[in-house]
Design a protein around this ligand. Structure first.
Ligand SMILES: [Zn+2]
Length: 101
């Protein structure tokens, strides 16, 4: 097994989880998450929908500043995007099995 962590084992935070906390029609918001892990502030950015009738919201990863619908964390660490955490999908791994005999 490699040392890379599987995305399925990381704790996931989706934009839908926090959507209710974002004021309607705001272009951006700062979400403050408080828990046993401490406090983390996450930046949320709104982008106009194609129909221009509202905004679609994304997290800005605190490490790379790219927009994501999901952030992850491991072992109660800070949230970041899957790329910054180096998470892999188990489904993207190829498993080879050899019969010995
Ligand atoms: Zn990132």
């Amino acid at each position: 097994m490699s040392k890379a962590s599987l995305i399925e084992r990381a704790e996931k935070l989706t934009i839908h989880d926090v959507r209710a906390a974002i004021p309607d029609f705001s272009i951006g918001a700062i979400l403050q998450l408080e828990g046993r892990f401490g406090i983390q502030e996450l930046q949320v950015s709104g982008m106009l929908t194609n129909l221009r009738n509202g905004y679609r919201y994304y997290f800005l990863c605190p490490r790379c500043d790219q927009a994501f619908l999901n952030l992850y964390r491991q072992d109660c660490g800070q949230y970041a995007c899957r790329r910054c955490l180096g998470l892999l999908y188990a489904s993207s791994m190829r498993i080879n099995m050899y019969v010995t005999e």
